[in-house]
Design a binder for this molecule. Structure first.
Ligand SMILES: [Ca+2]
Length: 207
């Protein structure tokens, strides 16, 4: 399956399968909160749900050491995009489990708020959710620029994610991910084009 197809699949199927989570949140809001739970107790409940969520996804990670992971980064980004590696080993998930996680996750429905919850916060949250819920650390936080695909005009500076996964053949791949919309795009020469319009060019990626 091409990554272009992957993108359309995520868009079309986005929102499905989230009924359970929606019901759960309604349950918490309508029944649990008014019954006098303290903030501390609600925090405990959140972590209980996170632990329950962990069992929902069969990430079945492949483990790469940092040298292998750096090689993977170089394969997609070359020498010019700096990679910062925080770990000695990287857990790379199955593609279908990662796609399911993206589809179910509600981050793309969050409200954008200048500075306090904007692109860097979306990308950092997605990286954190994947580690917290899935124990998957092979997700990059990327910082760079966005250019117009036709005119090459600089549109602005941006933060986004780089995802790693292995497909049905076992091959490990990297793609770029826009956590504000759940869009995925193929990486070519260290860049990716979203919606045929926006070219994402990272300066560095933190893993
Ligand atoms: Ca911010």
């Amino acid at each position: 399956m091409s990554e272009v197809k992957l993108l359309s699949q995520v868009q079309v199927e986005k929102g499905k399968g989230s009924d359970f989570i929606r019901k759960l949140i309604r349950l918490i809001c309508e029944f649990i909160c008014p019954k006098g739970y303290t903030c501390q107790e609600l925090q405990k409940l959140i972590y209980t749900y996170i632990n329950a969520l962990r069992d929902c996804y069969k990430f079945e990670p492949k483990v790469l050491d940092w040298r292998q992971f750096m090689e993977l980064h170089r394969k997609y980004f070359g020498e010019n995009v700096y990679a910062i590696l925080y770990d000695g080993k990287y857990h790379v998930p199955r593609k279908d489990a990662l796609i399911q996680f993206i589809r179910d996750n509600w981050l793309d429905k969050r409200r954008w708020l200048e500075d306090v919850y904007d692109c860097d916060n979306f990308a950092l949250s997605f990286k954190a959710y994947l580690a917290e819920i899935g124990l998957i650390n092979a997700c990059g936080f990327a910082v760079g620029e966005v250019r117009d695909a036709k005119t090459n005009q600089l549109l602005g500076y941006h933060a986004f994610n780089v995802l790693s996964f292995y497909d049905e053949t076992g091959e490990i791949k990297m793609v770029m991910f826009e956590p504000q919309t759940d869009e995925i795009a193929e990486i070519k020469d260290g860049k990716a084009i979203f919606r045929d319009k926006y070219v994402y060019i990272p300066y560095w990626v933190e893993y």
